[in-house]
Design a protein around this ligand. Structure first.
Ligand code: MG
Length: 383
């Protein structure tokens, strides 16, 4: 492996773990983080959580798990090309969606609404909460006890109020500092991943069409390239050839622009990275094309009536579950009843342990578990 760039995150500059542990014997600290994430329960749940399409709508659509794997692939490729820490990058990418509720953004919005008088719900914060507190795998501590750098990368956004509650890990949001390049790379890999795979899934579902995509320059110019290189190509093969070129163009642009910014800012260390404006990014022309693609997906896929029917139903499931558990916490499984009473350490700091325990329980559900739980609580015919 080539030597890391001086501004890469490294073990020698790491701010370490909350609970001190002996160093790993045969792998790096960041590899250990990644491995702990892969072995976590929350990671396996991603398999049955909606990205855009609900899991049972089709076997070939992206789930949160396959999305996270694609994000990790893109992020790791970018990290290697920039000579920064690809183990850390991969760890952040695998963990970046761990806090997502069932049913994608519709689920998160519904849960946030339910929690508005109890501190709110934000999937990004929940991802950190999952690795810091909710996973129950180790004898010595709650959570996965990950390094500061992985946790910093997971916490992508944070309100000033939550940043103050979080202490050290939230400080950069109050001090206008940035996370490592590895974390910045994951944000863009996430965006490159979902914009492109949503085109693929959107076409597969028939909710968007090739005719509509002719108005999206990033798609249209690469499709023209494919048709010129392979006359007569059509169907899935043409779509895949086009989307791989779109991803490649975005990654190549990202690398060029990021290297340009790193050199223009004279960045030499990870401390420089943290105090400089965001370094990872697209060039202005690619930013424009990327924005047009996002707008297209918002207008034509995420707000398609068939998707809205699903999100509307998802909302009702989340709201019903929340109100049932809040009005009678005895309906919760025993370990969550205990959390709801505020007996457990993660709940002790909460001003409303009952609401937080209910939110943790619901957020941890897969799509199909949430539907089953809803049936168990509300389907009168199934007593
Ligand atoms: Mg994501």
């Amino acid at each position: 492996m080539p030597e890391l760039a001086p501004y890469a995150a490294g073990e020698s500059t790491s701010l370490g773990r909350i609970f001190a542990e002996p160093p790993p014997k045969s792998r790096s600290e960041f590899q250990r983080d990644r491995d702990r994430i892969v072995h976590s329960t929350a990671f396996r749940r991603l398999e049955y959580k909606t990205q855009v399409f609900v899991n049972h709508e089709g076997d070939l659509f992206r789930t949160r798990l396959t999305h996270s794997i694609e994000v990790a692939q893109i992020a790791r490729a970018v990290a290697r090309a920039l000579r920064v820490n690809d183990d850390l990058t991969e760890a952040i990418a695998f963990a970046h969606d761990l806090g997502h509720t069932p049913f994608g953004h519709a689920g998160q919005d519904a849960l946030n609404e339910c929690m508005k008088d109890h501190g709110g719900f934000e999937h990004n914060l929940q991802s950190l909460r999952t690795v810091d507190q909710l996973e129950e795998h180790y004898g010595a501590f709650n959570g996965l006890n990950l390094t500061y750098e992985t946790r910093e990368g997971i916490l992508k956004h944070c309100s000033p109020g939550n940043a103050r509650l979080l202490g050290e890990i939230g400080r950069r949001f109050l001090e206008d500092r940035r996370p490592s390049l590895e974390a910045q790379i994951c944000n863009f890999a996430d965006e490159i991943g979902y914009n492109n795979h949503d085109v693929d899934d959107g076409l597969r579902s028939g909710l968007i069409t090739l005719d509509q995509l002719a108005s999206v320059s990033l798609f249209a110019r690469h499709q023209a390239e494919v048709l010129a290189a392979f006359p007569g190509i059509a169907g899935r093969r043409m779509i895949h050839e086009t989307i791989r070129r779109m991803i490649d163009a975005q990654v190549t642009d990202l690398l060029g622009e990021t290297l340009r910014r790193i050199s223009a800012a004279g960045v030499g260390t990870i401390e420089d990275v943290r105090k400089t404006a965001t370094l990872v990014g697209f060039s202005a022309p690619m930013q424009k094309e990327n924005r047009a693609l996002k707008t297209f997906l918002h207008e034509n896929l995420y707000r398609h009536y068939q998707v809205l029917r699903m999100t509307n139903k998802a909302r009702r499931i989340i709201i019903d579950l929340f109100s049932a558990f809040m009005s009678d916490p005895r309906l919760l499984p025993p370990q969550y009843q205990q959390k709801a009473r505020g007996d457990d350490p993660p709940q002790k700091a909460e001003h409303d342990p009952k609401a937080r325990a209910v939110a943790d329980y619901i957020a941890g559900m897969t799509d199909r578990y949430a539907m089953k739980e809803h049936r168990r609580l509300f389907a009168v015919g199934e007593i």
